[in-house]
Design a protein around this ligand. Sequence first.
Ligand SMILES: *[C@@H]1O[C@H](CO)[C@@H](O)[C@H](O)[C@H]1NC(C)=O
Ligand SMILES: *[C@@H]1O[C@H](CO)[C@@H](O)[C@H](O)[C@H]1NC(C)=O
Length: 396
Amino acid sequence: MLLLLTLLFKELLFHGASTVGEKNQDLQVLRPHHLTTEEPLTFHLIQISSFANHSWAHTQGSGWLGELQTHRWNGVLGTIQFLWPWSRGNFSKEELKNLQALLQLYLHAFPRVVQAFASQFQFEYPFEIQISFGCRMHAGKASGSFLNGAYQGSDFLSFQGNSWKPSSGAGSQAQNVCNVLNHYRVIKEIVQILLSDTCPRFLSDLLEAGKAELERQEKPEAWVSKGHSPEPGRLLLVCHVSGFHPKPVWVMWMRGEQEQRSTQQGDIMPNADGTWYLRVTLDVAAGEVAGLACRVKHSSLEGHDIIIHLDGYSILLILICLTVIVTWVMLVMVGSWFKKRSSNQNICSPYVPSPAFSTEVNTQDSRNSGNHLCLVKKSWLKSIFLKKWKTSLNQL
Ligand SMILES: *[C@@H]1O[C@H](CO)[C@@H](O)[C@H](O)[C@H]1NC(C)=O
Ligand SMILES: *[C@@H]1O[C@H](CO)[C@@H](O)[C@H](O)[C@H]1NC(C)=O
């Protein structure tokens, strides 16, 4: 079965690669140096396969340009989903079709082959296999590729040079798997072509095509809040920074020009729209809050750092408290005014229904419904006032 598979792979792959292989060399010479970041950029595919038992397996696949997802594998249709208009790079339709067919074949066969070998490889159900496959580019040049496999979340094996090597610490089990895999020369050749030719070409295309997206500058928004007090008499100040792109950012709690060393930085987390979020905290004594500020530096701000002073924050709090108190006092006043008015003008006592409604209501009922209507009216008026004050609060 493996042999048949590898022959099919080879045919598909060489068909695609041979037509574009020569063009590739010119492209690499022509390609401008377009990267603004110093970091090497990667394109990699991630495969996550879960095996519940000998008859049930589930595989997810995705493609990533650095930390930006560019592709998703649709397991139902067996197709590549391109998540950006530029996710095709400029691979020809034919080459993409061949790659898709190759992936289809591979993702169809992979769980079967693993399940067939599970007992020989001493894989114990349930288990999970993760594979990361990709290549790097640095300063416009291909700078290496990788294929790593993990079993149950730990490094298991990798592809090095032209053969499979067990990861250090993965023991004889990984050695055993590599021994078996190394027998399949054709698979190794295919992996080598994908790693050394297809991937770098695709990465370099993607970097060109997705340039605008990668270099997109989005300004962060920042705000501060109070977290759970770590202990009595202390405060946890939280500075939230969100919506920025690209990822590198500098956020620090400051007192004047002095960086607060005990500032704790969380992980930079992705937002759904491809921008980033970061939370930075400071644990301080309650009396030392005045004079602190959260400072944010980001490329999109072009040197105009965001600085949020805590004093401003407490003034805002005082303002909000004041407004709430004033609102409350006014509501009470309005309430008593209505009470007075109602006892004078009787809007709340015996309601006299209009003839149209009253024909079938006896007097007892009409008195009850009159009271009820009056309460409704009151609460309606109250809610109107509340709404007004709420909107003016929001405008603050
Ligand atoms: C295999 O696992 C799946 C998913 O957990 C379960 O629905 C199915 O019944 C299991 N089959 C066997 C034969 O244990
Ligand atoms: C691919 O992109 C490069 C650089 O942008 C361009 O020079 C080349 O003509 C493109 N190739 C095809 C087949 O469109």
